[in-house]
Design a protein around this ligand. Structure first.
Ligand code: GTP
Ligand code: MG
Length: 407
């Protein structure tokens, strides 16, 4: 919670958590529709792939005055899909309250429980207990025929004994009630902490306020903003995945030039995702898993894979993100250049030419031996060129702002 006593401003962060497709973004969209314009900021959906959240959705709200202080809420949703674990954790940082959007359908019981456990684990890493933070569970999708009775959900899912609401976010039912309940729990907590006699707690909440900085953005790409925190995570991940050797640094420091290059590549990716969304192109869970396993099966055993991941300091999630990117790129390329396979054909002549003009780099190997490598090299160069041309086209039509001073 950020409290600025000079400006009489309280700013709270609420995070909508829950399994994939449970209705988190739908909650935010509805709130955005219902709140009068003067009390809300722009809703930012950050690089969404289809209607799934990739990074987070963000909506600033002004709830008016509480005890003489202007109260602002920042609403965030996290991506529910398993493979965005690192993003979920990042968005939880500094949360003042959580709304867990559960999917009431019986077949989603396991996913609800997993996601709730994931939340508890992530909060624990920030030193917070799920039973201590202002916390509301929303039983969403009450309209669906396989929705479990609320009593059963309470019994099977609500182990933190949180306050609960019922909702049909798709029609708006219960959405504002859920928000109001969560907001009141956060404000109750604030009141308790600032009440006379609670001096010690006030101290800590004030100093915590100094520590939490507002979200800083490094770029805006059409409607999507890229936060500095996300960008930093992206840089580390790219470094780890692409490093030539397995010995990667714990935290690599990048030069300004390197950062600019990395930001350019991230902007390109966001442009690509936006275009994919327009074309309704997605990477399905099955596709991601199958691409992932074509990589992991290179390792002779699970131990070998674990060792590789450990040396590189990467997680399977990071590889899944990378796989998602590759699948989407592959699909877009195919859609914009239907004869891509034709255009990626490398002729014997080209291989010969490359071999002849790079003979000194061939280590004395005969053409026969390096033919395959040369072919795949030329193919990836051409693919990059085609993709580069496409990025240029996307850029021409896009509104891109880079905040270089924030890098
Ligand atoms: N029937 C029904 N459908 C709903 C309800 N709430 C949301 N949906 C639908 O469920 C789907 C997923 O909703 P989202 O809001 O995108 O879900 P999410 O939790 O943001 O999903 P991720 O971002 O992938 O984690 C959409 O097609 C919504 O229209 C509801 O109460 N009832
Ligand atoms: Mg979402």
């Amino acid at each position: 919670m950020q409290i600025n006593y000079a400006k009489k401003l309280i700013s709270c962060k609420l995070v909508y958590y829950g399994p994939g497709m449970s209705g988190k973004t739908t909650n935010l969209e509805l709130i955005h529709q219902k709140v009068p314009d003067e009390n809300k900021g722009e809703m930012t959906s950050i690089a969404t792939e289809g209607d799934r959240t990739l990074f987070f959705d963000f909506l600033p709200l002004d709830l008016g005055e509480v005890r003489g202080m202007t109260t602002k809420f920042q609403l965030y949703t996290v991506p529910g899909q398993i493979y965005y674990a690192s993003t979920r954790k990042l968005v939880l940082q500094g949360a003042d309250g959580i709304i867990f959007v559960a999917d009431s359908q019986a077949e989603k019981l396991e996913e609800n429980l997993e996601s709730l456990q994931d939340l508890a684990d992530n909060l624990k890493e920030y030193g917070i207990k799920v039973t201590e933070i202002p916390f509301v569970i929303q039983w969403n999708k009450r309209d669906l025929p396989t929705a479990m009775p609320v009593e059963e959900l309470e019994e099977k899912v609500n182990w933190p004994k949180a306050a609960t609401t019922s909702a049909v976010a798709a029609t708006g039912e219960g959405v504002l009630q859920t928000l109001k309940l969560a907001a009141s729990l956060v404000l109750d907590r604030l009141n308790a902490n600032t009440a006379p006699g609670a001096a010690a707690t006030t101290q800590t909440s004030e100093s915590a306020a100094e520590e939490r900085k507002p979200e800083i953005y490094v770029a805006k790409v059409n409607q999507d903003s890229i936060s500095k925190a996300y960008f930093s995570q992206y840089c580390q991940a790219q470094h780890r995945i692409n490093a030539k050797s397995d010995a990667v640094e714990d935290f690599k420091k990048f030069s300004r030039e390197e950062k600019k290059k990395l930001l350019e590549s991230l902007v390109n990716y966001v442009l690509l995702l936006q275009d994919a969304k327009k074309r309704n192109i997605q990477a399905s869970k099955e596709e991601v898993e199958s691409q992932l396993s074509s990589f992991t099966k290179r390792f002779s055993s699970k131990e070998k894979l674990d060792e590789y991941l450990k040396n590189r300091k990467i997680t399977l999630d990071a590889l899944r993100n990378e796989a998602t990117k590759n699948i989407i790129i592959g699909k877009i390329i195919f859609e914009i250049i239907p004869d891509i396979n034709e255009r990626l054909k490398i002729s014997k002549d080209e291989i010969q030419k490359f071999y002849d003009s790079n003979k000194d780099k061939m280590g004395g190997n005969p053409l026969e031996k390096v033919k395959k490598d040369i072919k795949s090299h030329l193919k990836s160069v051409r693919k990059r060129k085609l993709l580069g041309e496409f990025h240029e086209k996307l850029k021409e039509q896009a509104q891109i702002k880079i905040f270089e001073d924030k890098l």
